[in-house]
Design a binder for this molecule. Structure first.
Ligand SMILES: [Zn+2]
Length: 97
């Protein structure tokens, strides 16, 4: 059976200081819903696919792994704090996720 599988751009979560942050999706399927804690700084890196040329993806991260993460703060504010601290840049994250 053929199936329809087309490329869809991920929805943007935020953009801050030139860094774009996008949602990721369960099984990389937009119809399966957004991951609540996982985000990516690259449109081409998601839960399954990765455009990085290394073993470990530079772009997909769990917001709770941000070293300056504070649970009482919103995900948006935590991500902005990571960008302020240069832990998250246009080339990806600089922490283990
Ligand atoms: Zn990647």
């Amino acid at each position: 059976m053929p199936y329809d599988s087309s490329w869809v751009e991920p929805e943007q979560f935020l953009t801050y200081k030139g860094v774009d942050v996008f949602h990721t999706y369960r099984d990389n399927d937009i119809n399966s819903g957004q991951r609540s804690c996982w985000f990516t700084t690259s449109e081409t890196c998601g839960e399954i696919v990765c455009g990085c040329d290394t073993d470990k993806c530079h772009h997909v991260f769990d917001v709770r792994c941000i070293p300056v993460f504070i649970a009482s703060r919103s995900y948006e504010d935590n991500i902005k704090a990571a960008i302020d601290a240069e832990l998250l840049t246009t080339s990806g994250h600089k922490f283990t996720s």
